[in-house]
Design a protein around this ligand. Structure first.
Ligand SMILES: CC(C)(COP(=O)(O)OP(=O)(O)OC[C@H]1O[C@@H](n2cnc3c(N)ncnc32)[C@H](O)[C@@H]1OP(=O)(O)O)[C@@H](O)C(=O)NCCC(=O)NCCS
Length: 334
């Protein structure tokens, strides 16, 4: 229950210039557009090149959200960055963004909740504002999976892409709370399903270096099974907690990991196609950025009309998962 109501002020995004299609991948992998498209819904993904990285994308997305909110960096009180494969662990991505946008008054820190990162950040941002100590909170989700997937592992690398997205929250001066409910979950007992270890090397005086570069590993089948068993219940519980039913929701903005999972949710909620935001075909799974990027594009393309009530849901490594119901105000991001 919020003490201070929250307003969602703006959303920003940044995507890499370079695009890799499924056909491009056949040059380096034993795969096909047919296999990837039918099993996942992905047709292409954007990947970092040159000096681009999770920090540069995060900065770009943060700048756009500031512009859309008509705020300066110095207006921001807290920066929370959800990044699971950042450019650097320290300085944190949040501190790098703070410097780049001139947010000299902000407290800045990173969190790790993989693809559920933006929902976790939303809960943190809402708590910080509702507690009354902070007013403007910048949330950024940024991941460059392309730098950490094993490009020889066709069962994993074809699924992911890179992107960043950002959301600015503020204390609502009109008393209307845009965040109706958030339900988050974690289960470390199934953490081995998706891993990216920072193994490092032992001291060379103890033993020679044997560990290679760290890569994302995933048991796709187990992840799939886990998600279809847990996510629908999380969504229904979130709706129930705020006394809403699926018919009260205008749009579903799900994590874009696999179109078959999205389709399953759509059927469970009995939503028509125009109520479900899908952009997995263009971007693949962009981890923490996935949900806010889909939200941004839904608004930008006019598929999401405002005002509206939107159901967000995500799942990812950890395992972590969750759902949220938010209000999008008339004219948001225009
Ligand atoms: C990864 C995923 C698409 C695999 O789909 P699937 O139908 O379970 O496919 P399988 O793993 O059973 O593999 C079937 C076959 O395709 C092959 N295959 C795997 N990747 C392939 C690729 N890119 N191209 C062609 N064939 C591929 C496998 O080797 C296997 O071959 P085999 O039967 O000869 O052993 C699916 O399990 C999935 O989406 N899981 C969820 C992953 C996820 O969402 N992760 C992110 C969490 S945030």
């Amino acid at each position: 229950m919020s003490f201070k109501p929250i307003q969602i002020l703006s959303i920003g995004k940044a995507v890499p210039k370079a695009v890799i299609t499924n056909d491009d991948l056949t040059k380096i992998l034993d795969t096909s557009d047919e296999w990837i498209s039918t099993r996942t819904g992905i047709k292409q993904r954007h990947v970092a090149s040159g000096d681009e990285n999770a920090t540069t994308f995060g900065i770009e997305a943060a700048k756009e959200a500031l512009l859309k909110a008509n705020l300066k960096g110095s207006d921001i009180d807290v920066i929370v960055v959800a990044a699971s494969n950042p450019f650097s662990v320290y300085p944190s991505t949040a501190c790098c963004i703070q410097e780049a946008i001139g947010a000299k008054n902000a407290v800045a820190f990173d969190i790790t909740a993989a693809c559920t990162g933006m929902l976790y950040a939303l809960e943190i941002g809402r708590s910080l504002i509702s507690g009354g100590k902070y007013k403007n909170v910048l949330l950024v989700a940024t991941d460059t999976n392309s730098k950490f997937v094993d490009w020889k592992d066709r069962a994993t690398c074809v699924l992911f892409g890179d992107a960043a997205a950002s959301i600015i929250l503020t204390e609502a001066s009109d008393g209307v709370d845009d965040i109706l409910g958030i339900n988050l979950y974690s289960d470390g007992s199934v953490g081995k399903n998706i891993e990216m270890n920072f193994k490092g090397d032992n001291c060379p005086l103890v033993e020679p270096s044997t560990l290679g570069k760290n890569k994302i590993t995933m048991n796709g089948k187990e992840v799939y099974k886990f998600v279809v068993q847990t996510l629908p219940d999380a969504i229904m519980k979130c709706l129930d907690d705020v006394n809403l039913q699926p018919k009260d929701i205008d749009y579903l903005v799900p994590h874009q990991a696999n179109y078959r999972i999205i389709e399953g949710l759509q059927h469970r909620l009995e939503f028509l196609d125009d109520k479900v935001i899908v952009n997995i075909d263009k971007y693949g799974n962009t981890s923490a950025a996935s949900v806010p990027l889909a939200l941004y594009e839904g608004l930008e393309t006019g598929k999401i009309k405002t005002p509206s009530k939107v159901l967000l849901c995500a799942f990812g490594a950890g395992m972590t998962w969750g759902a949220a119901v938010v209000n999008l105000r008339e004219g948001l991001n225009k």
